[in-house]
Structures are given as C-alpha cells and as structure tokens.
Design a protein around this ligand. Structure first.
Ligand code: KIV
Ligand code: ZN
Length: 514
C-alpha cells in the first residue's frame, strides 16, 4: 500500500439506503441529505435509480443539477431504457457517473434472469458500450459477485473493462461473505483479470451476518480502492457497510492500513443525525462511532483512567467526528440575521418565505426552551420545510390524563387543507390521541412500534418520538420532536401517516426486485 493512496468513498444512502423498510424520502429530504453528503466530502453519491419512477428520476436530476464537487451516480440495469433514464437524470451533473449492473451468480442467472453465462457477458458488454456513448465514467457491478464462480467473474470484468468500464464493483449482495474469503476473492479477481489495471476495484457489502464493515476493510487491504457505503449503515434488510465505520477505521489505524479518504470527519455526526432525523431510523445506542453510547464510559475504572489520560480507554476523540462541536446556540433574543447565518452554516440556504416559517417556529420553541442547539434546528427545519407536501397536519392537540380521569384527547387536523376535529378516549393519553387521529384520518394502518427519547440533554429538551406503521404491507416510519412529548407523539404519528400516503404513490422499487 502506498501512503498517499486514497480510498474512494461511494455513498449509496439515497439509493440502497432508501431500500431500508420505511426509509422512503421525498425529493426535498433527499436534496437536503445530498447537500450534507457533499459537505461531508463523499467522492461519489449514488442519488437513485431513475428508471424506478418519475419521482426517482426527478430527485436524481435535481441533485445532479445542484452538486458541484461530488460525482453523482445513477443506477441502471443493463437495458437501454434504464441507461437512457439514468443518463437523462444526470446529464447536467458536474461529474456524472452511470452505474449499470447485472447478476453473475448461477443462482441469479438461472432463476432470476433465466440467462446463460454467454448471454450475461454479452448484455453487460452492450450496456457498458451504450453507457460509454454518454460518458467515460461508467461503473459496472456484478450483482451477487460473492456467490459467483470467480473465473466467470473475471471473464465478465475483463469484457466490461475492455468495453470501457472505469470501475468494476464486487458486491456481496446477500451479505454472505466471510472477511478472509472476500479478501481472497478481491485478490483473485485482481490477479486473474488481465486488464484490471485499467479500472478501479470497488466493493459493496451487505450486513446480513454483521460482517459488512469487516468484509469491506478486508477487501481494502486486499487492494480494493472504492468502498460503497451508507450513513448509519442503513440499507436493504440488515443494511449496508456503514460509512462512518470505514472512514474512522482508516482514520484511527493508519499504522495498520496506511490509506486515507477525502471525508471531513467532523461532519460525520451531523450527517448521521440528519439521516436518522429524515428517515426516522433510530441509531442503536451501541452503534459504533455514532451511537449515543459510543463515547460514554459507565464503569468507574474506565472513568478513572479517562480522567488521567483519555487515551486509556478512548481510541478516538469525539471532536473528530463532530460530536459536541458547533453546539451554538441561539436563544429568544436572537434575530432573523443570526438565524439565517446559523442555518446557512448548517447547510440550509433558505428563501425569504422559508426563513419566515422557521423564524416563527424558532421563536415558539425559544419560548419553551432557553437554548436552541443544532439538533433543535434540524428538527425545526425537517418539520417546517422538508415536509411541505403533507396531506395531514396537526392544528392543535389537547389531552387530559392523570390518576383519576379517563384519558381523553381532542384533536384538530387539516386534511388536504380542510379542517376537521374530534375527540376520543384511550388507555392512556397517547392511546387517546392516536385513536382520535386514526378516526379523523380514517387510516387502516397498524402501529408496530413507538419509541421516545430526548433530543438533547436537560429537562427542557425536545422529546423525539418515532413510530413505525404498517398498512397492507407498506411500512412507514414517522418522527416528531417537541418539548411536549404528547405533541411530539402526535406529530410522529401524523408524519408516519403522511409517509404512508406518499409511499402509496411513490413506492420504493428495489432494482434487484425488478
Ligand atoms: O447489493 C447489490 O448487489 C447492489 C447492486 C445494485 C450494486 O446494490
Ligand atoms: Zn446493495
């Protein structure tokens, strides 16, 4: 390994990440994440799968038009139609990339594609050649590579590199590989593909056995120089390799793996928060790097060592990932200018009208909470701006509960702009509020999960509530934040119902499932 070498970070939070059950995002939410990923410094951002739907096409196309430094990739199967859609969506990008793929394992070729090996090679080559008529920047992925015959894999890679692919990707699509085995596959492909020096070797791992990070690192040690990852490891089933784990492993262990990335590590924590906030997928407390407990020391013996020298038990400094940084702070008396400037620092360049909405919400919050920190701003902007297309909106909520009364809620909503109100009872105040909202919206969904936590420290912290809903197999997550946890709960439920409505018209289509 050469000390100056870099590992290219290819982020697929908006494509593979969106395939996490319930993680579907609207166009404004995707744009917000894309802007943050550029700030984080990802080299390539896979913005979506434009052939899946008009909505995906539009989202990819507006991201492509906005980003200046980051390559924007669009996924396509090997059909001309898919490649045309992909190119149509990214043609205005500063740095466009077409990412085309076909399965190479016998099980996928026999049962899914019903194609012979020769047919798959032909199709892959035709796709790469066709994509090359638009751009030189072509990535080819051999889906289910880790369960493919290694010699066939080399044959496919040799042919697509010959056809003009600049990056060849080895996915562990079903999360089946074991680190040493996966490293050996990368070495085998590198040694037995004669023209491999003309392409970058990439890997893309899924986490079904909890080995995605280990497999990715093993592959990097074996010579791969592009890692495909997602923020917080979100993705299909058990997820994908997590960006923060790979980046921080390389950052923390240069003595063992002398390779670096272009990531601004101080943006890791803010990006993790933003993705969790927008998708509603909570980061497990013991998640490496970005979990709430990742830098918390409970045991007395650890705390004693930490006081004497933090390096006794802490291998990374929390500041390095942006934890605890930028805790500034606006309060009740801060004006519009200060708010605009601070939101700009956070990556939100708001129009005058948007600023008015956020300023009003900021003042309302500042009346209830002395200090407003970045997490609060993210929550206000997520609720105030990114979800403008909501069908259901909460106008007011009034709850009565206590030890001697039957819990009761009165709720006023707007549904497509029209006001409706009603009241209902329940086992507790949340049950009463949810029953009433369910009655007013006529939802047929079931509540699968409800969880509440505090957005920051302090008793005046905003409560953050997440719900998971299921309606006829469609899964949606909802999130709400408010200093009053009853209001946060109602907002989360209503957000989940809005997401279900959005999903009915914008289903997330997995490219592998087509
Ligand atoms: O897991 C996979 O194989 C994929 C490909 C489309 C790269 O996501
Ligand atoms: Zn994948």
């Amino acid at each position: 390994m050469n000390e100056n070498e870099k590992v290219i970070i290819f982020d697929t939070t908006l494509r593979d990440g969106e395939q996490s059950p319930g993680a579907s995002m609207n166009a404004a939410e995707k744009m917000r994440i894309a802007v943050q990923l550029e700030k984080l410094g990802v080299d390539v951002l896979e913005a979506g799968f434009p052939a899946a739907s008009e909505g995906d096409f539009e989202a990819v196309s507006s991201i492509a038009g906005r980003l200046k430094n980051t390559e924007v990739a669009a996924l396509a199967r090997t059909s001309k139609k898919d490649i045309d859609r992909a190119w149509g969506a990214i043609r205005n990008a500063a740095k466009p990339r077409i990412h085309t793929f076909i399965a190479t394992s016998d099980i996928h070729m026999d049962y899914k594609l019903k194609m012979t090996r020769d047919e798959v090679v032909k199709k892959a080559v035709e796709a790469v050649k066709y994509a090359r008529s638009f751009t030189d920047n072509i990535e080819f992925s051999a889906e289910d590579a880790s369960r493919s015959d290694p010699d066939f894999l080399c044959r496919v890679f040799e042919a697509v590199i010959e056809a003009g692919a600049a990056t060849i990707n080895i996915p562990d699509t079903v999360g089946y590989a074991i680190p040493q085995e996966f490293a050996n596959l990368v070495k085998y492909v590198t040694a037995h593909t004669p023209n491999i020096h003309k392409a970058i070797v990439s890997i893309h791992c899924h986490n079904d056995l909890g080995l995605a990070t280990a497999n990715t690192l093993a592959a990097i040690c074996a010579g791969a120089r592009q890692a495909e990852v997602t923020i917080n490891g979100i993705g299909e089933r058990a997820g994908n390799t997590s960006l923060e784990e790979i980046v921080m492993a390389l950052h923390t262990r240069p003595n063992y793996i002398p390779l670096s990335t272009n990531i601004n590590t101080r943006q890791i924590y803010p990006t993790s928060r933003l993705v969790s906030m927008i998708t509603g997928i909570i980061v497990q407390p013991n998640k490496a790097i970005v979990g709430a407990n990742a830098f918390a020391h409970e045991a007395g013996i650890h705390q004693d060592g930490m006081l004497k020298n933090p390096m006794t038990y802490e291998i990374m400094n929390p500041d390095t990932i942006g934890l605890g940084a930028g805790k500034l702070v606006l309060g009740k008396h801060s004006g519009r200018h200060a708010l605009r400037a601070h939101l700009k620092d956070l990556g939100y360049d708001l129009s005058g009208e948007e600023l008015n909405i956020i300023f009003k919400k900021f003042k309302e919050l500042a009346d209830k909470k002395k200090i407003i920190v970045d997490e609060d701003f993210e929550a206000i902007v997520t609720e105030g701006i990114l979800r403008t297309a909501d069908i259901f909106r909460l106008e007011y909520l009034h709850v009565i509960s206590g030890t001697t009364v039957l819990p009761m809620a009165s709720v006023k909503l707007t549904i497509n702009g029209l006001s409706v109100q009603g009241a209902g009872y329940g086992n507790g105040p949340i049950d009463a509020a949810f029953n009433t909202i369910a009655k007013l919206t006529g939802t047929g969904s079931k509540l699968l999960r409800f969880s509440v936590s505090a957005l920051t420290g302090g008793t005046d912290a905003q409560g953050e509530v997440t719900v998971r809903l299921n309606e006829d197999g469609l899964i949606a997550l909802g999130r709400g934040a408010d200093p009053d946890i009853m209001t946060a709960s109602a907002k989360a439920y209503i957000n989940g119902l809005n997401r279900l409505e959005y999903l009915k018209t914008h289903p997330v289509v997995s490219p592998e499932a087509l």
